[in-house]
Ligand binder design. Structure first.
Ligand SMILES: O=c1[nH]cnc2c1ncn2[C@@H]1O[C@H](COP(=O)(O)OP(=O)(O)O)[C@@H](O)[C@H]1O
Ligand SMILES: [Ca+2]
Length: 442
């Protein structure tokens, strides 16, 4: 694969420094075995034999493993970095594998939760050369699924994962398994997208914002250009973070319960974690009239039903969605002047509706979602089709984007991968983690 250059200024310098310190750190931490594929400079100081080895294997290779324990699935990202002597390191490859359901589905059967984690760890063992296993950091971060679970249940699941991680041959620290807070999730995804589009290392290029629509929560993150945005934001909506000797002041907020699956439940009138009573069913104006089925969410099965035919489906559904979203979302004025990438269920729904190519992604406006919602809802007045939720989902997205402050004409970019790397928070979080190892040293 064509390698991507991290390169230039602070970012290149930062990553160089932090990898060097990180190597020093793991060597110090784990003993003094020579580091395979060490750089020429390091090897020279270690005597003839190693110098010779460095000439023949002059490429340093580093890996980082990040598990994304999302509400609807668990995914492993294995990142490979390469560094030529005296050159900046490059992200050269990502291996990605996803499993369903998410960790939270095993809340009442913790033992079973380990199976998927072990399966994904096997992928890492195949991908990372054996001699680098113990230098390769292994981390799991959980998002909305575990945030929504009672604390004790979530902790038990995390303990189980930690046990498995500690028994693995990879480099694990005490904080290797955690629930990530929503702001960090947004920041990490923002780092990923700005890194992959080459904006982090080029101050001349304006950064892009990002919107992620998960199953349980949804995030908005961008770098404000006006002071007014930072000054008028509600508390908790702005954040400062440091990475590679640079401080960023971002607008970032995660709405727990407004991920697509949680939103479906709220639109249907259900309550998270609460099963329906005997004979009860959820009747929705967003489902095809007369449609009847069962829907499972967070391990609970709900009986669901469409409303009797009457008002046009899009009108009745949008009234319901607007009510559900009323006063839940902050409108940041500046967003209409910025470029945004949108991820996850925004992408999946757009692909499902045929608005973008499933593989290649594309560009869409809020209006495109609205037109698709109106069209799909119209067809659902006759038949539920293959995806009985599509009218609801597209209507929800249309309203959510407007509640966030985007006008109908706003365009968005949709990309699942850029240069063969998943556009997920995982890469940004890996950079951040490596940087935190760096800070640990000083
Ligand atoms: O790395 C990824 N690559 C592709 N899609 C992803 C990735 N991570 C999450 N998704 C998408 O995110 C959505 C589910 O969100 P998730 O399960 O992460 O919920 P959460 O973020 O609310 O915990 C799905 O559309 C899934 O395809
Ligand atoms: Ca997610």
């Amino acid at each position: 694969m064509e390698a991507m250059k991290i390169s230039k200024r602070f970012f290149a310098f930062g990553i160089l420094t932090c990898i060097a310190v990180y190597v020093a750190y793991v060597k110090w931490h784990l003993g003094s075995k020579p580091f395979v594929g060490t750089t020429e400079g390091v090897a020279e100081s270690r005597g003839d034999k190693l110098t010779h080895q460095a000439v023949t294997t002059d490429l340093s290779v580093f890996y980082g493993i990040m598990f994304d324990a999302g509400s609807t699935g668990t995914r492993i990202h294995i990142f490979k970095f390469a560094q030529q002597p005296r050159e900046t390191p490059r992200l050269t490859h990502e291996t990605f594998k996803a499993l369903k359901p998410g960790l939270s589905a095993y809340a009442d059967d913790v033992e079973k939760s380990g199976q998927g984690i072990k399966e994904l760890l096997e992928v890492a063992k195949k991908e990372v050369p054996m001699e680098l296993w113990k230098f390769t950091p292994l981390v799991l971060k959980a998002t909305a699924g575990l945030r929504l679970l009672p604390g004790e249940k979530a902790q038990k699941l995390l303990e189980k994962v930690k046990e498995i991680f500690q028994a693995s041959p990879f480099f694990v620290r005490d904080n290797c398994v955690s629930i990530m807070n929503g702001t960090d999730e947004g920041i990490s995804a923002w780092i990923t997208i700005n890194f992959l589009t080459g904006r982090l290392d080029d101050p001349q290029r304006r950064s892009v914002g990002m919107l992620d629509l998960g199953g349980g929560s949804t995030q908005i993150t961008f770098l404000p250009r006006t002071k007014a945005t930072l000054q008028t934001s509600p508390s908790g909506h702005t954040t400062s973070f440091q990475m590679f000797n640079h401080t960023y002041k971002l607008y970032s907020y995660s709405y727990l319960g407004l991920g697509l699956m949680s939103a479906r439940l709220a639109i249907l009138g259900g309550v998270e974690g609460k099963p329906l009573g005997e004979g009860e069913e959820l009747i929705s104006p967003c489902l095809s009239p007369g449609f009847k089925s069962e829907w499972q969410h967070a391990e609970i099965v709900y009986k669901i039903k469409g409303q009797k035919a009457g008002e046009p489906l899009y009108e009745s559904c949008s009234n319901k969605v607007a009510k559900m979203l009323y006063k839940k979302v902050h409108r940041a004025g500046e967003v209409k002047d910025l470029d945004f990438y949108i991820f996850s269920y925004y992408y999946d729904c757009a692909a499902e509706a045929g608005l973008i190519d499933k593989e290649k992604g594309g560009s869409l406006t809020v209006s495109d979602f609205e037109i698709a919602a109106k069209y799909v809802c119209k067809t659902m007045e006759i038949s539920p089709g293959n995806n009985p939720f599509l009218c609801m989902d597209l209507t929800y997205i249309t309203f959510l984007l407007q509640e966030l402050g985007f006008p109908k004409s706003q365009g968005f970019k949709l990309a699942r991968k850029i240069d063969n790397v998943e556009t997920s928070w995982a890469l940004g979080a890996t950079f951040h983690y490596i940087d935190s190892l760096n800070r640990l040293q000083y």
